[in-house]
Design a protein around this ligand. Structure first.
Ligand SMILES: NC(=O)c1ccc[n+]([C@@H]2O[C@H](COP(=O)([O-])OP(=O)(O)OC[C@H]3O[C@@H](n4cnc5c(N)ncnc54)[C@H](O)[C@@H]3O)[C@@H](O)[C@H]2O)c1
Length: 448
């Protein structure tokens, strides 16, 4: 007897409630792995899919490759049935599949959806009647309906089609953005409301039921495109406001006003103001990248996203601004950057995390080297930095004991384990791009 799709939605909901639903998470990275652990804590049996066999092997041996996730958490997930695999055939065993693969930009600053399309093409041949597929990767509005659904429909031999209503045959698709803020422990992950948009009411209800088992609140929107746009609005809001304070910082420096003092005063206003802080440039997988997903899509509608473009210009110029300040400060000391020894403090794109994707440190090091400086770095989270898609550093972290040997120390990431008073004390010259030396009075500090 064949199970009807109507039966399947009821069945999956029951299986979610009884924790018997099989959940597959594709992409065991910074987003997918913590999500897998969250479901596992709620006693779901989770299968993690990844094309990186080293990650799969590490997880299956109870190990972790993300600093803030201790191996013990993987071990206890394994006791709840968590396994990792590179075998897409096992998608067929899942009730729910959640996709958390990268969405970077290509060389021309355009969306690179190849990881998403590659993943969906790999899932499609194993798609099952009544399965729910959820995309979590950040992307432009329209991706779920225009890219994911057609690839799933074309790629399965059974001829399965998208089911919009519980009574129709086929599979279900939804989009739900990830809202994690790495390194921010002020809000428990389950207290971050989960936005969900479904391709039809059945997918929305099913996806909401899945997430309601691990998040305290789910927020339904009317379509996947609205959910995709929600994520972009959140990140563009940050990007534009950071650009605003980055620009005002440059004006404040000319006017001899401390921008950080101004922001701290402004944030005492109990309404209508949210504090954003200037820095050496944007970093991470989200803020420098996601806005360009929207500006690219907007062109299809003959629309120019001017705020995004302007914010991009200001933020991209920040590493150059830092290097200009290094040159100026050194020349004040009668030194040239060419041939000087410069130590960059912090490779991670922000404090206390082990992620250097799009980190401004990478650009700053490249710019300093181009100008003839001998550059080294220190970062407690990165004993070595090899090669990435956009860099080839092949360096090892220099011990802080050597700080006095450098002509200039540039604070790019204000990791909390740094003792900045000690650093200022030992260094010949400190360029502080993070206000890390706040309150320290010394002639060798330049804040920029
Ligand atoms: N990192 C964050 O803080 C964050 C926050 C919000 C949203 N996001 C978004 O979430 C998505 C994932 O980001 P991330 O930081 O977890 O990326 P990541 O690079 O840490 O992890 C992605 C994983 O996907 C795997 N992968 C790539 N192609 C695959 C394929 N075809 N099949 C199976 N696995 C594959 C990679 O090996 C990797 O382990 C991105 O769209 C990102 O923009 C990230």
């Amino acid at each position: 007897m064949t199970t009807t799709t109507l039966d399947r939605t009821v069945e999956i909901r029951n299986r979610i409630q009884t924790r018997n639903a099989r959940i597959g998470i594709v992409g065991m990275g910074y987003v997918g792995l913590p999500l897998a652990l969250l479901f596992s804590e709620e006693r779901f049996v989770i299968t993690g899919f990844d094309v990186d066999r080293r990650k799969v092997d590490t997880l299956n041996q109870g190990g972790s490759y993300i600093v803030r996730i201790p191996g013990e958490e993987i071990e206890s997930a394994r006791k709840n049935g968590f396994t990792a695999t590179a075998d897409y055939a096992r998608i067929a065993e899942m009730d729910v599949v959640i996709i958390c693969v990268p969405t970077p930009l290509n060389e021309n600053h355009e969306p690179d959806l190849s990881y998403v399309t590659g993943t969906v093409k790999s899932i499609a041949p194993h798609l099952q009647e009544g399965q729910l597929i959820i995309l979590e990767s950040t992307t432009y509005p329209g991706t779920t309906e225009e890219v994911v659904v057609p690839l799933l429909e074309e790629g399965n031999q059974a001829g399965l089609k998208l089911a919009r209503d519980a009574g129709s045959a086929g599979f279900y698709v939804a989009f739900s953005p990830e809202r994690e803020d790495p390194g921010n422990d002020t809000v428990a992950r389950r207290d971050i409301p989960k936005v969900v948009g479904g391709c039809g009411p059945a997918a929305l209800n099913l996806a909401s039921a899945v997430y309601a088992s691990i998040f305290n609140r789910t927020v339904s929107v009317s379509s996947p495109a609205a959910a995709e746009m929600t994520k972009l609005l959140e990140n563009i809001y940050r990007c534009v406001n950071i650009a605003l304070v980055n620009e005002l910082k440059q004006l404040c420096m000319r006017m001899d006003i401390d921008i950080f003092e101004v922001i701290d005063a402004a944030r005492t206003k109990p309404f209508g103001f949210q504090a954003f802080y200037p820095g050496p440039g944007l970093g991470g997988h989200c803020i420098p990248i996601d806005p360009f997903y929207l500006s690219w899509k907007a062109k299809e509608f003959d629309f120019n996203t001017r705020f995004i473009e302007l914010a991009g210009q200001v933020n991209l110029a920040m590493p150059y601004f830092v290097v200009e300040n290094v040159i100026e400060a050194m020349s004040q000391q009668g030194k040239a950057l060419h041939g000087a020894r410069v130590l960059v403090l912090g490779m991670a794109y922000k404090r206390d995390i082990d992620d250097l994707r799009e980190s401004p440190s990478l650009t700053i090091i490249e710019l300093l080297q181009k100008r003839g400086a001998h550059v080294e770095y220190n970062d407690p989270f990165f004993p070595t930095v090899g090669q990435g898609r956009k860099y080839a550093l092949n360096m090892a972290s220099t011990p802080l004991e050597k700080i006095a040997e450098f002509d200039c120390v540039v604070i790019v990431t204000d990791h909390s384990q740094y003792d900045f008073a000690e650093i200022v004390n030992k260094a010949k010259l400190v360029i502080d791009t993070r206000n890390a030396t706040k309150g320290i009075k010394a002639d060798n500090i330049v804040r920029c």
